[in-house]
Design a protein around this ligand. Structure first.
Ligand code: HEC
Ligand code: HEC
Length: 371
């Protein structure tokens, strides 16, 4: 059941919704979508139209009909492959310094992010862009802010060889693994054949990442019909989020991750980083400053926000989004409601045991952290 009228915006809320509809019409023109996001956004637009026409009719079904959807639990098909991936994800010997692992920048104790404006890579180098979370990343339409990697396996090869991140090469990483007998055995058992190559390494890491999903957020309980899962304030926050048009871009199970959108639709955004966005991949000027819409799942944990990490708090991120994407200025109390709602998207975090990594052998190349 959708909570009835008590929680619907009052008259002034309706007027705002009608104003938002105007902006949304403008917004619609800017939006480029793939099939799924089009579906969800269509639902978002029609919900908005219904709101501005005087409220929704309560519907009864166990899964509420909304432009967003719950996160499903991970399905593990190959536990041995996942287990090998878990080791590699935490193994700092895949870096030149012997000190940086995937978990250094995508810390699974901190929402799969590093909570830094930009990451710290090899030799304390400053990364060009904020590190997105790895949580739920398997559901993204592509990986990276500009979508330059088509999936998690393709992505995982990137950081190992990136001079500003792990600063290794694929050959050195594979040679390192080949020098450790326990890894050689484990790769043989998992892949049923002798040998280690970078494809097997990235396949295992990707399989582990696919298990890093966060079902069980309070919001998902609400979506599945539990009226008591959200407070009145949180629910009002969600209604505002939807009626102002945030769901035009932040929809689907991830509340994002399924389209590239302009940062600064109504008002330009002056970024503190040189990143160009999607145009770096497509070469098309029209894609300049389009970024993959980030997921809002676990957003409470993944501060700071935006590709340049310039918004330190959710309050600030909501203020900027309202203003530059939708032409809306929220009152302090509306902003607080939206933030309260966003915090209900924190799901059950994957409980990961720290893996015990096999020791290096006498022939394992030694790390060179200060070169
Ligand atoms: C030095 C910090 C650093 C390390 C180490 C690192 N990453 Fe990242 N990761 C980043 C940054 C920064 C980005 C965003 C880069 C971009 O979009 O251009 C990113 C992006 C990603 C993404 C894309 C997420 C999305 O929503 O687009 C995934 C997945 C990911 N990293 C996984 C990994 C894995 C697996 C490893 C280990 C093999 C790893 N990372 C190592 C900093 C790091
Ligand atoms: C036109 C599409 C669009 C609309 C509408 C939109 N967003 Fe966004 N949102 C984006 C994009 C694109 C980014 C990433 C921009 C960047 O980092 O440069 C983003 C980023 C965010 C972030 C930061 C997430 C992170 O991890 O960095 C939050 C929070 C957010 N949006 C909330 C909202 C809220 C709340 C609304 C409604 C007031 C909204 N958005 C409306 C496209 C949109």
């Amino acid at each position: 059941m959708i909570r009835p009228r008590a929680s619907m915006p009052g008259l002034s809320g309706m007027r705002v919704a009608a104003g938002a509809l105007m902006n949304l019409k403008k917004l619609k023109k800017h939006i480029t979508m793939n099939a799924t996001s089009r579906l969800f956004a269509a639902a978002a637009f029609s919900v908005l139209a219904a709101c501005s026409e005087g409220g929704q009719t309560p519907r009864s079904s166990s899964l509420r009909s909304e432009p967003v959807a719950p996160v499903a639990a991970a399905r593990v098909d190959d536990p041995e492959l996942v287990e090998l991936g878990r080791k590699l994800y935490f193994d700092p010997r895949l870096s030149k310094s012997g000190f940086i692992s995937c978990n250094s920048c995508h810390n699974l104790s901190m929402g799969g992010s590093d909570n830094l404006k930009s990451s710290i890579g090899h030799n304390w180098s400053k990364g060009p862009i904020n590190a997105p979370t790895v949580l739920n990343s398997s559901m993204n339409l592509a990986q990276f802010w500009d979508g330059r990697a088509k999936d998690l396996q393709e992505q995982a090869g990137g950081p190992i060889a990136n001079p500003g991140e792990m600063a290794f090469t694929h050959k050195l990483a594979v040679d390192m693994l080949l020098s450790i007998p326990a890894y050689v055995d484990e790769f043989r058992e998992v892949f049923g054949a002798e040998g280690i190559d970078i494809k097997k390494v990235t396949k295992a890491i990707a399989a582990f990442e696919e298990t890093l999903v966060t079902p069980g957020s309070r919001f998902d309980f609400w979506l599945k019909g539990d009226d008591r899962a959200l407070s009145a304030e949180e629910l009002e926050g969600y209604q505002l989020f939807k009626s102002s048009g945030c769901t035009a871009c932040h929809n689907g199970p991830l509340f994002g991750g399924n389209s590239y959108q302009k940062m600064g639709v109504i008002e330009p955004y002056s970024a503190k980083s040189p990143a160009e966005g999607r145009s770096a991949v497509t070469g098309r000027d029209a894609d300049r400053f389009n970024f993959k819409v980030p997921t809002l799942r676990n957003v409470e944990l993944t501060y700071p926000y935006f590709h340049d990490g310039e918004a330190e708090t959710l309050t600030e991120a909501v203020e900027v989004m309202g203003r530059i994407q939708l032409g809306r200025t929220y009152s302090e109390s509306d902003n607080r409601k939206i933030v309260a709602f966003l915090k209900t998207l924190t799901g059950k975090q994957p409980e990961i045991m720290l893996p015990l990594l096999p020791p290096s052998s006498d022939s394992t190349p030694r790390p060179t952290p200060f070169e």
